[in-house]
Ligand binder design. Structure first.
Ligand code: FAD
Ligand code: NAI
Length: 469
């Protein structure tokens, strides 16, 4: 039986990053993976969705190119070739992870791991064997949740996994159940290709956990591009006739139904612990999630858990920093990363990003705040690129001026947000954020403008500034 200092179960962004860090710190490390390395994020999540979104965005821009004075005779697409390109990107990145395993002398065992005892793991369904390890790190991720709706298992009703890993389908009409992150990103992708999209969301708005103004703006933009959106709506059943699916739902006591070629179910993801524990091993769980302490330990001290299987925040970069911190703790070091500031990004058009507290959240916590807001309609780069609907909002502590949060809806929001995450993590104040020179013309100039708005001392270098509040 092979012996290791650390066995990592799952090679997603949590597990593979943890394994690399542990190996760098000198631990003899093995990773066990029952599918492809890279996990959900690389194979059926972050990377494939963004590859498809990029292609569909370019297609839409080409169709709208005449507004830039360009004559492009005919724009077209082939969904199979878009998926082929996406697959190439995935394969390239997957190869990179495998190389890193080799370079860091990490053993990779293919198969499903079951923890038989606190230090013993059985691997089956691949390179079957048993191993022992001083420490076990569970990073088995999550899988799509399927609500108990009659008809949910009909052909044509799919999860994001099936859209991304199954045969490509060029939907002409698609109903999306769930107006959360997956729902709005897929809505953006299919709308870009001209598909008729309907979103059915149980809560009173899209992206219910985001800033309300972002939800409202996004709803308006998607509707303007032809989407139908039903919020506060509950799906009651799904039926099929002649390969057309009917989704029956109620909203405000009224019954509705909508027909479509396909239905995407995107109502959240549940922790993946299937087959993970042998009969002699029980760890504390809550709502299917493994309960962990601040050092990621479970109710069995040498078994830790990170990422989607244990965290209420299900994001790749959060899983990765947890992996780094867990590996450092296991190696007897202090954690080198700040786990308290987690930016969140949504790849719609315009992009959405947020970090820290919104003004409402700060007020609910009894914190007096000062806020600044800049409308992107007055940013030169934004006008050039025709992405004029959007804003940057900043929230600072009224007393100390410390940056507490930012909410962005604008081009490159997913890149700009790191500046705010850096500011919050390093406890910078509005004044410190404002004093930096940001180049012109860029989207990042809007960051300076948002902070200047706090002081009401904006210098009007951008074209025709609109009222900001
Ligand atoms: P996972 O990535 O799920 O990896 C777990 C791995 O463990 C899997 O490979 C699984 O096969 C393996 N495994 C499970 N059980 C066993 C076992 N018993 N034995 C061996 N192996 C096992 N997050 C972002 O930050 N940005 C995004 O843009 C983004 N886009 C997304 C888009 C979609 C469509 C989806 C579904 C998710 C997206 N996410 C995004 C979320 C992100 O993918 C997850 O938060 C992240 O992958 C979680 O990492 P993890 O390491 O915890 O688990
Ligand atoms: P989600 O939690 O973001 O959204 C699910 C939505 O479905 C919610 O708005 C919820 O109110 C709604 N809902 C729940 N039950 C419903 C029902 N029966 N009928 C109608 N609506 C219902 O979950 P989602 O979109 O499935 O994504 C899972 C996770 O994956 C995200 O929370 C996120 O952490 C991660 N992800 C991250 C991305 C990114 O960072 N860009 C992209 C995609 C996913």
């Amino acid at each position: 039986m092979n012996q290791y200092q650390l066995a990592v179960i799952g090679a997603g962004p949590g597990g593979y990053v943890a394994a690399i860090r542990a190996a760098q710190l000198g631990l003899k490390t093995v990773v066990i993976e029952n599918r492809d390395v890279g996990g959900t994020c690389l194979n059926r999540g972050c990377i494939p969705t963004k590859a498809l979104l990029h292609a569909s965005e370019v297609y839409r821009q080409v169709k709208e190119a005449s507004s830039l004075g360009l004559d492009i005779a005919q724009a077209g697409y082939q969904i199979e070739r878009m998926h082929e390109k996406k697959e190439k990107v995935v394969l390239q990145l997957r190869g990179g992870v495998e190389q890193l395993f080799n370079a860091n002398k990490i053993d990779l065992i293919r198969g499903s791991a079951a923890i038989l005892a606190p230090h013993e793991i059985a691997i089956t369904g691949g390179e079957d064997c048993r191993i022992t390890a001083d420490h076990i790190l569970i990073a088995t991720g999550s899988v799509p949740s399927l609500p108990p709706i009659p008809g949910i298992d009909l052909p044509g009703v799919v999860s994001s996994d099936q859209i991304l890993e199954g045969d490509p389908v060029d939907y002409q009409s698609l109903v999306i159940i769930g107006g959360g992150v997956i729902g709005v990103e897929f809505a953006t992708f299919y709308q870009n290709l001209g598909c008729k999209v309907t979103i059915i969301e149980a809560m009173d708005r899209l992206l219910p956990t985001m800033d309300r103004e972002i939800s409202q703006n996004l709803g308006m933009i998607l509707k303007k591009r032809g989407a139908s959106i039903y919020t506060g709506a509950m799906v009651e059943k799904i039926a099929e006739q002649d390969r057309i699916l009917s989704c029956h739902f109620s909203q405000n006591g009224q019954e509705h139904s909508v027909q479509a070629q396909g239905i995407l179910v995107a109502v959240g993801r549940r922790p993946n612990t299937q087959g993970l524990f042998g009969p002699q091993v029980t760890v504390q769980m809550e709502c299917g999630r493994i309960v962990t302490g601040p050092d990621f330990s479970t109710s069995i001290p040498n078994i830790r858990a990170i990422g989607d299987v244990a965290s209420s925040i299900q994001l790749a970069h959060f899983a990765s920093v947890q992996g780094i911190a867990a590996a450092e703790i296991i190696a007897g070091r202090q954690s080198s990363v700040d786990l308290s500031v987690v930016p969140s990004c949504i790849y719609t058009d315009p992009e959405i990003a947020s970090v820290g507290l919104s003004a409402d959240e700060a007020k609910a916590q009894g914190i007096a705040v000062q806020t600044g807001k800049f409308l992107m309609a007055a940013n030169g780069k934004t006008i050039i690129e025709g992405k004029d609907r959007g804003f940057i909002k900043v929230v600072c502590d009224a007393e100390s001026g410390a940056l507490l949060g930012a909410q962005l809806m604008c081009a490159r929001a997913t890149d700009l947000i790191s500046e705010f995450a850096n500011g919050i993590s390093n406890r910078l104040t509005a004044e410190q954020m404002r004093r930096v020179i940001r180049p012109h013309p860029t989207f990042s100039e809007a960051v300076s403008e948002a902070f200047e708005d706090i002081e009401g001392q904006a210098i009007h270098i951008a074209p025709k500034r609109r009222p900001t509040k």
